[in-house]
Design a protein around this ligand. Sequence first.
Ligand SMILES: [Zn+2]
Length: 304
Amino acid sequence: MPSRKLLLLLLALCTPPSYATNCTGKGIEMQVLGSGGPETQDKRASSSYLIWQDGKARVLVDSGGGSALRFGQTGANMADLDLILFTHFHADHSADFPALVKSSYFEDRQRNLPVYGPAGNDTFPSASEFLRDLFDAKHGAFRYLSEYITPGEGSYILEPHTVKLSAKEIRREYSANGLSADAATVIHGSVPALAWRIQIGSQRIVFSGDTNGNNGNLEKLAAQADLFIAHNAVPEGATGAARSLHMPPSVIGRIAATAGVKRLILSHRMLRTLGQEPETLAAIAKRYQGPTTFADDLDCFALH
Ligand SMILES: [Zn+2]
């Protein structure tokens, strides 16, 4: 019987190089895996994004429900990822993570995979706790996958990185091989939450995550971004809990304008915003006149 490694090698030789179905496989591209929020009725996967470089998936941001299937549809490989970033640990941003980890078992990944996420509180785990809650050998929900957090047991481990920042701090958390990731705290009710800026080649890609946009950090993190992915979870005029958790279009427009972003992508599209696109665009256009696009699953944005 040929070894598992040999079988994987033969499979790799017989399979064309991976590239995103809707991406070109050339240069730097950002692909939307999930353009929805938590609701399943809108037939969108929940929040998740991939950054590609020359046909290799290098960064995964969030992995909400449904995103593992989209990940597979793009032709991405877990073995290619340099890092995984979480904005926060709501289910619509993290529920498919164990599915991706299990999928990686059938690839040949040898190097450790850094996983970054926010600090915890009484209701949410930190990034380190999240990995333990899933994979701890004794108490993890998926304890049968404990090799992924136990050095020496599997072919690689998930390296936990809990990001603890002061209120106004923007900090570089990762930098290697022409790729860096900077984090800032954003306000999302009582949920510890981060926004992320990826710099890859000469491109800057910023993800707002879920936030009400009120603490002034996004404007700085997104300064001169080539692509700003903002979460359009509420319509203009939202009040109460919806507004205290999320940015209405006018706030997205103000932040995009202040930051001087080159292109704005609206994602995390929830049922209450679908059908409101003309009003949303109008509220944004009063403040930001740059190109603005609503995201759908598997949309791919090339950066030049
Ligand atoms: Zn969300």
